[in-house]
Design a binder for this molecule. Sequence first.
Ligand code: BTN
Length: 235
Amino acid sequence: MLPDRVNIDIFEEIDSTNDECKRISIENDFHIVIAEKQTKGKGRLGKKWSSPDTGNIYMSISTEKDLSCGPISLFTGLICKKSIDKTINEEKIGLKWPNDLVLENKKIGGILVETESFNEKTRTIIGIGINLNLPKKESWWGDLSKFNITDKREILISEIVNGFISAPDNPNVEWLNEWKEACIHMNQEIEINKNGQLLKNIIFHDIDDNGNAIIKTKDGYDKFTSGEINIKGIY
Ligand code: BTN
């Protein structure tokens, strides 16, 4: 069940649920757009998010409320992780910085946060893609098919929405520790791109209160506010 503070639009097909959230007028605290398929699904860092198949989750939550309850993209990753774990009844989902959802070394979901200015208001759009069941199995993408939760998709969506909309009023002060516990690469060797150069043989040391990655290199510590990390064996 979705609460009164939420308006929701559901489409059979749309270009991108994030883009639809940029076009609508928001008449409630939160406006959610869900689609069965996307023709121009967008991923982080200018990548595409392949979305031709029904049965997965393609949704965006948009709001003009103040979201100073934590770094929203990491925070949403944690909400999605907890919602999926609850739905499958097992603690299985790991987090890869900044906000990838990982099951058994494969990415099964991701989050794209965008902001847009409207008449002196800032609209935040949080796009969430979760692979429940990919018909074509590809070696680098994972899904949740082994848990048979296709018929629980609405339950999972409402877990995520309820977790998200209660956050601004009830900040989860534990989010940082919970995120670190769910992280699958803390203190492990990673690679990261810095100004077009791939840094290798470095350690993912920590995240700070703002969700930035703290990396340990042979010369000391470095901070990354965004980007993508590579970890051997994880797709
Ligand atoms: C990532 O690259 O990991 C982020 C993927 C985000 C995909 C979702 S699907 C719903 C929403 N609409 C989009 O166009 N993208 C996001």
